[in-house]
Design a protein around this ligand. Structure first.
Ligand code: HEC
Length: 389
């Protein structure tokens, strides 16, 4: 037998510690993994002898992680807790990821579409609105229907049912554009201001970006509104070009799509024949600025620092339906949805190269899988390794 030197002994001890401590941090039993997956997907804890857990463990024993995750998405609380919170974050006007807001037609529609396996790229084009069965009818000028569903603790997983926006709000089917034309969206993003908050929403929730990240002063500025001061500060004569333009080039070129929509008298206001007044206020700020006369839009996010967003459809058009279609026909939409699902399952943003690669890969699969959001949740839960953090 070879006698180990002290150094050799220490090395052996070190290796032994390595084997005991490091790998154990990555080895949940299948029962523990089932419990963790359940909690992240269904948004609640359960007992180890819950039949769902028993089934999930069996599937995990067979090496079928996606199958195990799929069992957890069949639990009602996947809709009533997890997706409810996940959807509400889209519509927080402060973009603070708050889940405190009321359930609205907008968040209910996202939840219903996921339950019914509606392709999720239709969220900004479909004439589709989910209401709650058994609750007094929707009123155009308040949110009582959805608030009532919440206070009555209605089981959304079972009681959401599809209707159409055109039927409920009385606007032409062609003028509907999924959640863009819901009362909830309009109240959050079209009420105050100049409809630019809607484009900030697109940046935050379709591109998963802050305005500063997508800004680029080199894009064409001819669509910038007349209210955006040409000389905002006498002592910095080129401030408009160097700073204001970075956001307002692409933002103002896109906001035309919302020109016929607003939130007035507590309801979604659609005026097919006129542009809302807020588009052309304060013309003295910038006499050479753009005057909005119709609902045409251009997508300048397809250029400059955001060209990798990879928009594949029309880069210009009229109205909201065509904008919604164009925006979702891109790499960035799928990747952003994938990121949002990652964050819901892992409870943090993707940070490591491995996590970012999971988000990209599953984003592509989401596109190829006809934008099935339930499936994206299942695959994400089966792929990530964040359960012990
Ligand atoms: C980082 C991006 C960004 C930059 C840079 C920027 N803006 Fe804006 N601006 C926005 C957003 C987003 C809104 C919409 C805010 C809202 O309604 O919530 C907006 C709205 C406005 C409005 C309309 C205000 C209203 O009542 O709705 C004006 C006017 C304006 N900006 C002028 C400027 C000027 C002048 C500059 C340069 C000094 C500038 N902006 C720079 C993002 C930007």
């Amino acid at each position: 037998m070879i006698k180990l030197s002290l150094r050799g002994k220490l090395m052996k001890l070190f290796l032994a510690m390595f084997i005991i401590f490091i790998p154990s941090a990555y080895s949940l039993t299948n029962l523990q993994l089932a419990m963790e997956m359940y909690e992240r997907i269904a948004g609640a804890q359960t007992r180890t002898n819950d039949p769902v857990i028993v089934k999930m463990k069996t599937l995990l024993d067979q090496g079928n992680k996606a199958g195990a995750a799929a069992e957890a998405t069949k639990v009602d609380s996947f809709y009533n807790i997890t997706l409810l919170e996940w959807s509400k974050k889209f519509f927080d006007p402060e973009n603070a990821n708050s889940i405190d807001g009321e359930l609205t037609d907008a968040s209910a529609t996202l939840i219903g579409m996921i339950r019914d396996d509606e392709p999720f790229n239709k969220i900004f084009t479909a004439d589709l609105l989910y209401k709650v069965d058994g609750v007094a009818a929707i009123r155009r000028n308040n949110n009582a229907h959805y608030v009532r569903a919440t206070t009555d603790n209605v089981n959304l997983a079972q009681k959401l049912e599809p209707d159409t926006i055109s039927n409920v709000y009385g606007i032409a089917p062609d003028a509907t554009a999924g959640i863009f034309t819901t009362r909830g969206f309009a109240q959050s993003f079209l009420e105050a201001g100049t409809n630019r908050a809607a484009i900030k929403f697109i940046n935050n929730h379709l591109f998963c970006s802050e305005m500063e990240q997508t800004g680029d002063s080199t894009r064409p500025g001819q669509k910038i509104g007349r209210d955006v001061f040409l000389i905002p500060n006498e002592s910095v004569p080129d401030l408009h070009q160097t700073y204001c333009m970075s956001c307002h080039t692409a933002m103002d070129a896109m906001r035309g799509a919302f020109a016929h929509y607003s939130f007035d008298n507590n309801q979604l206001a659609y005026t097919p024949n006129s542009v809302h007044e807020k588009y052309n206020i304060n013309p003295e700020n910038n006499r050479t600025g753009f005057k909005t006369v119709n609902d045409s839009w251009i997508n300048y996010y397809s250029k400059g620092v955001t060209k990798d967003f990879n928009f594949k459809g029309n880069q210009s058009g009229n109205g909201l339906k065509s904008l919604g279609k164009s925006l979702t026909n891109s790499s960035i939409f799928s990747k952003c949805m994938s990121q949002k699902v990652f964050e819901k399952i892992c409870l943090h943003k993707p940070v490591s190269a491995k996590e970012r690669s999971i988000v990209s890969t599953l984003g592509v699969e989401f596109t190829n899988n006809n934008y099935n959001m339930k499936n994206l949740f299942q695959k994400m839960a089966a792929t990530v390794t964040c359960y012990q953090e």
